[in-house]
Design a protein around this ligand. Sequence first.
Ligand code: SF4
Length: 327
Amino acid sequence: MALLEVENLKVHFPLKTGWWGGASESVKAVDGVSFTIAPGETLGLVGESGCGKSTLGRAIVRLVDPTAGSVRFGGADLARLGSRELRERRRQLQIIFQDPYGSLNPRMTVEDIVGEALDIHKLTTGKAERRQRIEELLTDVGLDAKYIQRYPHEFSGGQRQRIGIARALAVKPQLIICDEPVSALDVSVQAQIINLLQDLQREHGIAYLFIAHDLAVVEHISQRVMVMYLGKVVELADARAIIRSPQHPYTQALISAVPEVDPDSKRQRIILPGDVPSPIHPPSGCPFHPRCPVAEARCRAEVPVLREVAPQHHVACHLAGPAVKPA
Ligand code: SF4
């Protein structure tokens, strides 16, 4: 059974327009997204900034309210739970952010930051047990337990991300939404944090929704990859299939930008014209058609649905399928 089931999720932000401030337009940040995550699985989520991937992550943990659709976690619809049950489910569903410094209270010590999560959910009894558990968590994420009384500004970016991971780990989550957790870090530190997340997954069986704009990072950590464009999923498949045989022209362009190790590779860079259109007035038909190098007349009129073009390989493109050769 899936651990997380997201169905037709929409997050539309109303815009105030006109003299009386009535909302007649909206930003369709997430527009009908469906997917599942199995226990212990990592699903990578990629797309350019502004495609709705971070809003999707925040809507799953209810930091923003969905406009429509459902999020089922451990078989329960989160929108229908009472406050006590919701708090218990939310404990098992954590989020870590791109900017750990912004999400760590600068006036709290590491002991207080990690301890707060234990206190809220009453996971330890007594000061000694609390302190011991915090020290264990710091060791688990590769930090020296002697730093327990230090403040966030006394740590490097990578160490601060480790504190954020320790805080998430404190409540024994089943799923962590990783919202661009390594995007602000140096490449060498990125690798350390990704290795840490993988070690923790092996040890504790945690599932991840790993959000990033860098496909190379997502490919490394994920079993499956989902690509978003203008609030919609355009491709969802096994990570290898996405890299070796991308079917959607947008995914093909993203992959063409990933540096290759093989110097003999013939992969050609695909430069997309223009910018991502406004999600307030998305293009008609396929939202990608103004930038698509192979768009046809019907692409301007018909919205492509996400359909299975090969086993477990879903694509939202009229031309996708066995007959379409990857660029
Ligand atoms: Fe391009 Fe048409 Fe496919 Fe959209 S549906 S990605 S415009 S070919």
